[in-house]
Ligand binder design. Sequence first.
Ligand code: AMP
Length: 249
Amino acid sequence: MKVLVAVKRVVDFNVNIRVKSDQTGVDTNNVKMSINPFDEVAVEQAVRLKEAGIASEIIVVSVGPEKASETLRTGLAVGADRAILVHTDVVTEPLAVAKVLRAVIDQEKPSLVLLGKQAIDDDCNQTGQMLAGLLGWAQGTSLSGLVTEGQKLKVTREIDTGTQELALSLPAIATVDLRLNDPRHPSLPNIMKAKKKPLDTVTPESLGVDVAPRMTVLKVLPPEQRQAGKMVATVAELAAEMKLALETH
Ligand code: AMP
């Protein structure tokens, strides 16, 4: 089966986020960017399906600026066969990305589409669900387990009360959680080979999709700084401090 994986270029998870002084967004100037960690897990899962003889071809797709091609090359180095960059300099919202992915899916006709549970930049956790809604396909979200059984997928979802098992008919949308697998690091020879794998560039317009934002960001603020803690010497002092805190709140 053909597997399509959506990968997003985001600020690396080790970077300390800086908000722009005009509060319009996050400063990405001279900041290390990487593949969204959840999408790394999605690519790894696709490669494992290929190694198991279940997936026949893996296509990685990214919607974003020219530099998102670096993210696609990472997916190719891990084992994807080809890549599609849907080039736009617009900051895309989940619905726009879902519409773009639907257009790519209409052309490529994959049986399985893997996405991350969420992108760590906006933490929306929406794109996979919107895509499944647009296509009318089965969906399994926040997966920590995924096995194929003939024309079905058996998936395990991470939910608040524990785990949930679902059987999905193919074609299906699956969004993956970090527990699903431990992604491999691409080897140097594979990074070199990835440079020669096909990477096609298209635009949202050529796919007939309008990606203009529907939301206006009013302002972006850093989280409030935590107040410094206070050391106390005795339990009695602690109790007195707690009493005072309760009275003053
Ligand atoms: P979100 O709904 O923004 O939290 O993103 C969930 C998942 O959708 C991500 O983990 C990606 O797999 C996919 N996704 C979101 N934005 C993009 C994008 N610009 N390009 C490719 N995939 C994306």
